[in-house]
Design a protein around this ligand. Structure first.
Ligand SMILES: NC(=O)C1=CN([C@@H]2O[C@H](COP(=O)(O)OP(=O)(O)OC[C@H]3O[C@@H](n4cnc5c(N)ncnc54)[C@H](OP(=O)(O)O)[C@@H]3O)[C@@H](O)[C@H]2O)C=CC1
Ligand SMILES: O=C(O)CCC(=O)C(=O)O
Length: 491
């Protein structure tokens, strides 16, 4: 693979201009499939860069909030068309800097296009309600108005889709944004910003500040002029941000982790169940908050399901995501790889049986990448750490259940509640599951991962802060309600 070099220095985008950060520090953006490839150097910005971006966003808010819905809709539509035309290029950049396969990379960009198109429609839809007032001379209504400046802090695992499902509603409802992408995926953030600029977004409405979360993210969360924070990422950082931002009165939205179960009922189509478990556990190298990390299987089909799953996991082609025949790429970083390997050790020490995988892949085409083999554990007990904690890698644990009721109890016995799936042919079992499962996104006969852009997305329990993203539900977070009493002046 070609070494691109370190000559391409990128900048922040603030107040309608590409600007150098205040300090001179830069960070190389590497390809996790081949670390010899450096995609560019990105700013390690400071608090003063954040302040500059927030001031620009606050200034731009004064006019952006007064643009008409159709004007905002036109810009988002144009952004969708531009992104669609650049889907292959942006998808390739995504694969090169994050590691997922090219099919998933381009697919994610096209998902981003759908998200933009949905939210381009939002400013054209009703955004208020008219009431009858006690005084017949009073005109009384309540309308949704923007919040102001929103801090958008995003992770690396969906570096196009997640920023877009936050930025599109943020801007559609009349807010301005300070966008801080993950340090591991700055190039896709740069490309998204370019798309908005080309679509005609006025200066200051979207500001991009690269840099470490502990400096840039923290400064956004603490800034008194940032009215709201929308965050996706780890529980530890999410809870920390919630504390500091909500303490000063900012609105906060968190989308956090998951420990998502796929339950296999006795009557399930086992080939389907194995395919759903494989895709849910190993696509994107397991780095999805919606990934399947527990397969909870009822006893009569446990053995057959497990054998088939192991066989399927062993058959997967692991390699650089840019090769179209690859099923599973590398982990995003060495730190993440070590984190996953540590959990595999913990699983072994806890007494779970490692059936396949469990080791880093090295040599040959793996020599310069962060690869771990698709890993299946059996004899996982519900209380084990590998059955309770988010691993965020290509690891799935098979858990035995004596009945569907017990399977659902095990599924609910974790601190998370993002997504869950049941494989069954029995409609009664499906409804029992739908009613009793503690998850924000429920699937029957489909995998735990994936989300349509026009419907609410988010988790229960420790997986989110109750609010939902995407679809019309996004309006709840990105707007506030203004109630207006307009009395006719005396004649
Ligand atoms: N729910 C989900 O979709 C995701 C969950 N995770 C979970 O988190 C684990 C660790 O992943 P990681 O990428 O480190 O997740 P983080 O929560 O650390 O990162 C998410 C975003 O928050 C930023 N951030 C980090 N620290 C702070 C801070 N103190 N104040 C404000 N912003 C901050 C990060 O910046 P920076 O770029 O500097 O890291 C990044 O932009 C994963 O293993 C997984 O379990 C991770 C990604 C997505
Ligand atoms: O399953 C999906 O497509 C969305 C997953 C997600 O939001 C995440 O991993 O952060």
């Amino acid at each position: 693979m070609a070494v691109i070099g370190t000559e391409r220095r990128f900048r922040n985008y603030i107040g309608g201009e590409w600007v150098e950060p205040s300090g001179g520090e830069a960070r190389p953006d590497e390809n996790p499939a081949d670390t010899r490839e450096i995609l560019g150097l990105f700013p390690r910005s400071s608090e003063s860069d954040v302040d500059r971006a927030v001031q620009a966003a606050a200034e731009a808010f004064k006019t952006w909030r007064r643009t008409s819905g159709p004007q905002r809709a036109a810009i988002l539509h144009k952004a969708a068309n531009i992104l669609e035309a650049r889907a292959q290029e942006v998808g390739e950049a995504l694969t090169r800097e994050e590691g997922k396969t090219i099919g998933e990379g381009v697919g994610e960009v096209l998902r981003g296009v759908q998200i933009l198109r949905f939210f381009a429609g939002e400013p054209l839809r009703p955004f208020g309600e008219v009431y009858s007032a006690t005084n017949p001379e009073t005109f009384l209504w309540a309308e949704r108005v923007p919040l102001g400046v929103v801090g958008v802090i995003t992770p690396w695992n969906f570096p196009v889709a997640i920023p877009l499902w936050k930025l599109a509603p943020c801007l559609a409802y009349g807010n301005t944004a300070v966008f801080k992408p993950a340090e591991l995926t700055p190039l896709t953030a740069h490309l998204i910003t370019e798309v908005f600029i080309e679509a005609g977004l006025p200066p200051g409405v979207l500001n991009l500040v690269h840099g470490p979360g502990s400096v840039v993210g923290e400064a956004i969360a603490r800034h008194p002029k940032v009215n709201a924070i929308t965050f996706t990422g780890s529980n530890a950082v999410g809870r920390h941000l919630y504390q500091i931002a909500s303490e000063r009165g900012a609105k906060v939205q968190l989308e956090l982790g998951g420990k998502n179960p796929l339950i296999v009922a006795e009557d399930a189509d086992l080939n389907l169940a194995v395919e759903l478990a494989t895709s849910g556990a190993f696509r994107s190298t397991g780095q999805k908050c919606t990934a399947t990390s527990r397969a909870i299987v009822v006893e009569p089909v446990l053995r057959e399901f497990t054998e088939k799953l192991v066989e399927r996991a062993r058959s997967l082609k692991v390699g650089p995501g840019i090769d179209p025949s690859t099923y599973m790429g590398p982990l995003v970083s060495e730190e993440r790889r070590q984190g996953v390997l540590q959990y595999i050790e913990i699983g072994k020490q806890e007494g779970a049986r490692l059936l396949t995988g469990g080791e880093p892949l090295s040599g040959g085409e793996y020599a310069y990448g962060y690869y771990v083999a698709p890993t299946v554990f059996a004899e996982v007990e519900p209380g084990m750490r590998i059955a309770q904690e988010e691993i965020f890698g290509p690891v799935v644990g098979v858990i035995r259940a004596r009945s569907l009721e017990e399977a659902i109890e095990i599924a609910n016995g974790v601190g998370y509640g993002l997504s869950a799936s049941l494989v069954t042919r029995d409609i009664r079992k499906a409804f029992d599951f739908i009613r009793s499962i503690e998850a924000g996104v429920v699937h029957v006969n489909s995998e735990t991962a994936g989300a349509e852009p026009h419907v609410p997305f988010g988790g229960m329990k420790g997986s989110s802060s109750y609010s939902r993203e995407q679809g019309r539900a996004a309006m709840e977070f990105f707007t506030q309600i203004k109630t207006i009493y307009l009395d006719m002046p005396p004649a």
